[in-house]
Ligand binder design. Structure first.
Ligand SMILES: C=CC1=C(C)c2cc3[nH]c(cc4nc(cc5[nH]c(cc1n2)c(C)c5CCC(=O)O)C(CCC(=O)O)=C4C)c(C)c3C=C
Ligand SMILES: [Fe+2]
Length: 412
């Protein structure tokens, strides 16, 4: 059945969706009051992630299909201009997360407030997560004394081959969503609103298998074909969130309470070398079965990782240099990985695909990542197949409250 347009681009079905498909929606439509509803994107509450809350969205949110992470350099040294931008970004993000366009001016004599490519699309679980890099505290904005002691560029690890063009940044935003066009629309409008105050330093996009393609909602696979994310800590547990994920007041930086440190690593994966490697060696490299994702020596994907477990002949079931064994260590240090695959055309030097992992991890302290990465750089069998090309660290703010703005605890 074709839908009768109520306003240009808005169908009756849209209006009823805006009103939550309730009897209120039907009543609004029957009364003709629907014309007072904003000219919105298609809105279904189940497609929306709350923008306001104790923690920023995009950390605990179940990973969406797409990510785009953009780091910015600030082009002004005026604190009021920066704060003004953070307030404008807050308004923009709150609207987009609710499935609304940035603005709905209808005048044909000014450029449209919203760029329009997400009109008619749902919010698709769109989330925004903002953070600041060590360079924000270099004295330009009068906040040098507020830099968390732990917020400094990550150390150089053995085997790093970092490129400045994928590293650093004064500010970051991680935008995640289930629809690539909705994510792009969000980034485009953030950049548009920020023009003159900030400039993009780098921008990296990532993807996973779509939820539509995997109705079971199983652990996604990385570009080496292995389930990736199995051993993440159970962040539904309050104690785990407190110990490993979110900064606490007693950590010594009050403005960062309920925030989290984000590490971004662009890790190229040498697919052609991997594809010539026999399955047994691939499995020994990760220390997991490819098909089930189970640690070697077990059959269950979620079996606990026990590097000490021996086979009948006394040999360790899990190779000591396997990625799982080395990353796990004694199991006391946990980070929340929220990584996505990337593909970025052709590696100019080799002619191979430039593809890999946009590694994203959240942790209460950078120490957690550093401790694990030091071990991996020294012993991980996976090192033969990967190269770290980019690196950045950010302190992501605590949650944004209604009436507040992104980073207000830092700038207040
Ligand atoms: C410093 C942190 C880590 C980096 C960098 C890293 C890179 C990296 N990892 C994979 C694929 C897998 N990683 C897996 C487990 C795993 N990885 C880390 C940390 C880093 N990985 C941790 C802490 C763990 C969990 C260890 C545990 O306690 O069990 C796995 C196994 C499945 C899983 O648990 O997710 C895979 C597969 C790639 C491809 C990669 C760089 C390209
Ligand atoms: Fe890993």
């Amino acid at each position: 059945m074709s839908m009768k347009p109520i306003q240009e681009g808005v169908t009756r079905r849209d209006v009823l969706k805006v009103a939550g498909l309730t009897s209120l929606g039907a009543a609004l439509y029957a009364s003709g009051l629907e014309k007072f509803l904003p000219r919105t994107l298609t809105v279904e509450a189940s497609d929306q992630e709350p923008f306001y809350g104790t923690y920023q969205a995009g950390i605990l949110t179940p990973p969406q299909n797409h990510v785009q992470v953009v780091a910015f350099d600030i082009k002004t040294d005026r604190r009021d201009e920066l704060v003004d931008l953070l307030k404008r970004w807050t308004r923009l993000c709150a609207r987009l997360a609710a499935g609304l366009p940035y603005g709905d001016s209808e005048s044909r004599y000014v450029p449209p407030e919203d760029t329009g490519e997400a009109d008619g699309l749902s919010a698709g679980h769109l989330t925004f997560t903002f953070g600041c890099g060590p360079s924000l505290f270099d004295g330009r904005f009068g906040i040098r004394h507020k830099r968390p002691d732990a917020l400094k560029p990550l150390p150089t690890f053995d085997l790093d081959r970092l490129d400045e063009k994928w590293s650093g940044g004064d500010l970051v935003v991680q935008v995640c969503g289930d629809d690539a066009q909705v994510v792009f629309h969000a980034i485009r409008n953030l950049v548009r609103v920020g023009r003159g105050t900030v400039a993009m330093r780098w921008s990296q996009a990532g993807f996973q298998r779509s939820k539509a393609a995997d109705a079971s909602g199983g652990t996604p696979r990385n570009l080496f074909g292995f389930k990736d994310g199995t051993g993440n800590p159970d962040v539904s547990k309050k104690q785990v969130r407190k110990d490993s994920l979110f900064c606490q007041w007693q950590d010594g930086t009050p403005w960062l309470t309920n925030g989290s440190f984000l590490v971004v690593r662009r890790i190229q994966m040498h697919l052609e070398v991997w594809d010539r490697t026999i399955l047994k060696e691939q499995e020994r490299t990760f220390g997991r079965e490819r098909a089930s994702g189970a640690p070697l020596g077990s059959t269950d994907e979620f079996a606990s990782v026990t590097p000490a477990k021996r086979q009948a002949r006394g040999e360790a079931a899990l190779p000591v240099d396997s990625h799982t064994a080395v990353a796990h260590g004694d199991g006391k240090t946990a980070i929340l990985r929220r990584s996505y695959s990337y593909q970025d055309g052709i590696d100019e030097k080799t002619g191979a695909l430039d593809a890999g992992l946009l590694f994203l991890s959240y942790q209460r302290s950078p120490k957690q990542f550093i401790e694990i990465q030091r071990r991996l750089a020294a012993q991980d069998r996976l090192n033969e197949y990967i190269t770290h090309r980019g690196s950045a660290i950010f302190a992501c703010f605590g949650g944004i409250s209604k009436g507040g703005y992104i980073g207000d605890a830092l700038f207040a």
